[in-house]
Design a binder for this molecule. Structure first.
Ligand SMILES: NC(=O)c1ccc[n+]([C@@H]2O[C@H](COP(=O)([O-])OP(=O)(O)OC[C@H]3O[C@@H](n4cnc5c(N)ncnc54)[C@H](OP(=O)(O)O)[C@@H]3O)[C@@H](O)[C@H]2O)c1
Length: 297
């Protein structure tokens, strides 16, 4: 049977890379996207392989219709867990259950390193752990691969750009020399794509942690300085000041701002075997950020 892969979350940092890799390997992809124009612009020149189903988390009818009617072989499941007040584990369960019932042989789930770290210690640990558990417990399901990325390099572009550009600093509440575990979303997308093209039986119900590079906040600021071509020091903030910056200035809800202020990954290790999954070395933070140099300057 020819591969035809259904993708949820294919227009973001991780999903875009996975979808590009699938399409460039001649694999048919159907994207569940709330903004079809954005989706089509991201993947030009693939009209023959790409189908868009317009839809949102808030109404899954377009998804249910599409997954029942198509003859999809696998599902890439990326749900933005901090999107509004939705119940992410329940949403993931509904999506994956419908896909398994429609006959997919594999679901590749984008989880988080936090899912296997301290139990329920923050929103990401809680939601991703509960999501993995609920997916594992779907009756009569086929393969489930969970990818557990560490801190995405795209966070710097998505969340720190104002501080870097306008305040000339990289702020945080971590001690300047404690460790942080980074991974490029391109690497997560690459591995997701490879899983979806690989033999299903090879990976079965595998769980793969993904830490590509370990840096301290001070070293991270040095990398950002190299990329933008001027000194961007790490500014260590006390927890209340950092939390206030994240809520009042960045507009983050309490649950996320609290978790980001409290996050402590000291002692985190690089995933030694990651090059086996990637087929190459992991992308460094500097390599990733170079592509966003103009936005960060
Ligand atoms: N940030 C981290 O450090 C980190 C670490 C570990 C794991 N993770 C996990 O990685 C995932 C985020 O990956 P990412 O950076 O690729 O995310 P992203 O760039 O924010 O992309 C999110 C994707 O979900 C879609 N989406 C968002 N809300 C939607 C809705 N209401 N209905 C339908 N689609 C919706 C987006 O569509 P649009 O294009 O329309 O926005 C996009 O395709 C999350 O599950 C997160 O928990 C993140």
């Amino acid at each position: 049977m020819l591969e035809h892969i259904f993708v949820i979350g294919g227009t973001g940092n991780i999903g875009t890379k996975a979808v590009k890799d699938l399409l460039s390997n001649g694999i048919k992809v159907t994207l569940y996207a709330r903004n079809p124009t954005k989706a089509l612009c991201l993947f030009p020149d693939y009209d023959a392989l790409l189908t868009i189903v317009q839809g949102d988390y808030s109404d899954l009818m377009p998804f249910y219709d599409a997954i029942k009617k198509g003859r999809y072989t696998r599902l890439l499941l990326l749900v933005q867990i901090d999107s509004g007040n939705m119940n992410a584990p329940l949403l993931k369960k509904q999506l994956a259950t419908a896909a398994y019932e429609a006959g997919v042989s594999q679901v590749v789930d984008i989880s988080s390193y936090a899912a296997g770290d301290r139990w329920r210690y923050n929103f990401a640990a809680e939601d991703h752990w509960a999501s993995e558990k609920t997916l594992m417990e779907i009756p009569n399901r086929s393969s489930l691969v969970c990818l557990r990325p560490g801190r995405l390099a795209s966070n710097i572009v998505d969340f720190d750009i104002h501080a870097i550009k306008h305040l000339n600093m990289y702020p945080g509440s971590a001690e300047p020399d404690e460790t942080m575990g980074w991974i490029s979303p391109n690497d997560v997308g690459t591995v997701a794509g490879r899983m979806l093209m690989d033999d299903v039986a090879k990976h079965g119900d595998a769980v793969y942690e993904m830490i590509g590079e370990v840096l301290t906040p001070r070293k991270t600021a040095a990398v950002i300085s190299t990329v933008v071509g001027r000194e961007i020091p790490y500014v260590h903030m006390d927890p209340i000041a950092r939390y206030t910056m994240l809520t009042d200035k960045a507009g983050l809800p309490h649950r996320i701002a609290y978790a980001l202020t409290d996050l402590n990954e000291n002692g985190i290790q690089v995933t030694r075997a990651l090059p086996i999954l990637l087929g190459r070395k992991p992308e460094t933070l500097e390599e990733y950020l170079m592509a966003y140099k103009d936005q960060l300057m």
